[in-house]
Design a protein around this ligand. Structure first.
Ligand SMILES: [Mg+2]
Length: 115
């Protein structure tokens, strides 16, 4: 199955049940970014447990479990973008443009959001 951002966003939207979903409000945005951080935290915890419980050896099962959490991150990223009034395609394109511009100007390394 090949899925593009548009198809993914539509699938995500059909399961987007939370306060003020789709209304573009601060409450809706807040819910999505809290979820985004929570799912990112689940990834961190799974990686931590590879160190704690598995001697730092990342198994195929660990990779699969972490990839599922990445899917949860994507879900919340899609909804956060939607609540802001953007598509995932727009967010992805902007990110690539930003990185290419930094690459051309030789400032890929370094700090600061607006370099
Ligand atoms: Mg999860």
């Amino acid at each position: 199955m090949i899925m593009d951002f548009y198809e993914f966003e539509n699938a995500v939207a059909s399961t987007a049940i939370y306060p003020e979903s789709g209304e573009g409000t601060l409450t809706a945005l807040n819910y999505t970014v809290l979820g985004l951080a929570g799912e990112a935290g689940e990834i961190l915890n799974k990686v931590k447990k590879v160190y704690r419980d598995k001697g730092g050896v990342l198994s195929i099962e660990d990779r699969a479990a972490i990839s599922k959490e990445l899917g949860d991150v994507l879900w919340y990223a899609a909804r956060a973008a939607a609540e802001l009034g953007y598509t995932l395609e727009e967010v992805a394109e902007y990110n690539v443009e930003k990185l290419r511009d930094r690459q051309v100007r030789g400032v890929l390394a370094g700090t600061g959001d607006d370099r």
